[in-house]
Design a protein. Structure first.
Length: 293
């Protein structure tokens, strides 16, 4: 039987519509329009495209966006100084420093410099630390992991006691997703490049989250029949027949996997739009934190 396709674009559109309403309510009731600063350093084409999409999404829901595009040779002090300047700007309620940064820049001090209350990516060590602990709520949950959980809920996932397998241990996706699943009482296995018998481990998963950045690595026979599969991968593969010369595929071999899974996200149109929808919600939350101060 073919899997239910989890329509991330539709869920994200619904969330954006809610956010747009909440934004206008905030403007009407408090005179505060949420603002997001995007900081893009260098000329990574994928990052440029993600930042453009984030700015466009802001405009669509009435969030003001402030774009800062810095050259690839920006210095460490300059980058940190910009973050401090944005911290002090009252029109800005969220600061997003697009990752990865150019190699010469140290990511940690730049992310540490972001004010906790404006950390809409949820990457500040205090927010991540709270996420890692029981009973300590972070101010912001990282956008992609947050979107993954919403899609799992949408697919009717029963977290309690489920075997959840997360492929990938990145700070941005794998680790925070695993923590969110643990908080929901799943039994979580985090897999990485040294994991032995990877297909076998994946086959035990009731919930499988793939976030490794390897095109179509997860095959149909890695998937437990009926499992919910969330594919976070967005990999460019050459395709001369496509207008841009490439197309996007996930970490899961979608066409074969959908014949085994109970529910699965497509790429594109699965997790991608959710990341942006959650960023908008987090920015609204950042603005809400400033009300009543
Ligand atoms: N690079 C890839 N995903 C993300 C994200 O969610 N936030 C930021 N800032 N950079 C990213």
């Amino acid at each position: 039987m073919s899997a239910t396709i989890i329509d991330g674009s539709a869920v994200a559109a619904r969330l954006r519509a809610e956010t747009a309403q909440d934004v206008e309510k905030m403007v009407a009731e408090h005179g505060v329009r949420p603002g997001l600063a995007t900081v893009l350093i260098g000329d990574n084409p994928a990052s440029q495209s993600y930042v453009r999409m984030k700015q466009k999404a802001c405009a669509e829901v009435g969030i003001q966006s402030f774009g800062y595009d810095l050259p690839a040779d920006t210095g460490q002090q300059e980058a940190e100084a910009l973050v401090r300047e944005l911290n002090a700007n009252p029109a800005i309620h969220g600061i997003l420093v697009q990752l990865p940064l150019p190699d010469h820049l140290k990511e940690e001090p730049i992310l540490n410099a972001i004010s906790l209350e404006k950390d809409v990516d949820g990457f500040h060590p205090v927010n991540i630390g709270r996420l890692a602990m029981k009973g300590r709520d972070p101010l912001f949950i990282p956008c992609t992991p947050y979107g993954v959980i919403v899609l799992l809920e949408e697919a009717g996932a029963k977290f309690d006691g489920a075997n959840a397998v997360v492929l990938g241990r990145s700070n941005i996706v794998g680790l925070p997703t695993a923590m969110l699943l643990v908080h929901r009482n799943a039994t979580v296995t985090i897999c990485h490049s040294r994991t032995k018998d990877l297909p076998e481990v994946c086959r035990r998963a009731d919930i499988l989250v793939a976030a490794v950045g390897r095109a179509q690595m997860v095959k149909a026979d890695w998937i437990k029949p009926g499992a919910i599969v969330i594919d976070v991968g967005t990999n460019r593969v050459d395709d001369p027949s496509a207008k841009r010369g490439y197309r996007l595929v996930g970490d899961v071999a979608f066409d074969e996997a959908k014949e085994v899974a109970g529910a699965i996200t497509p790429v594109p149109g699965g997790v991608g739009p959710m990341t942006i929808a959650m960023l908008l919600r987090n920015t609204l939350r950042g603005a809400a934190l400033t009300i009543g101060r």
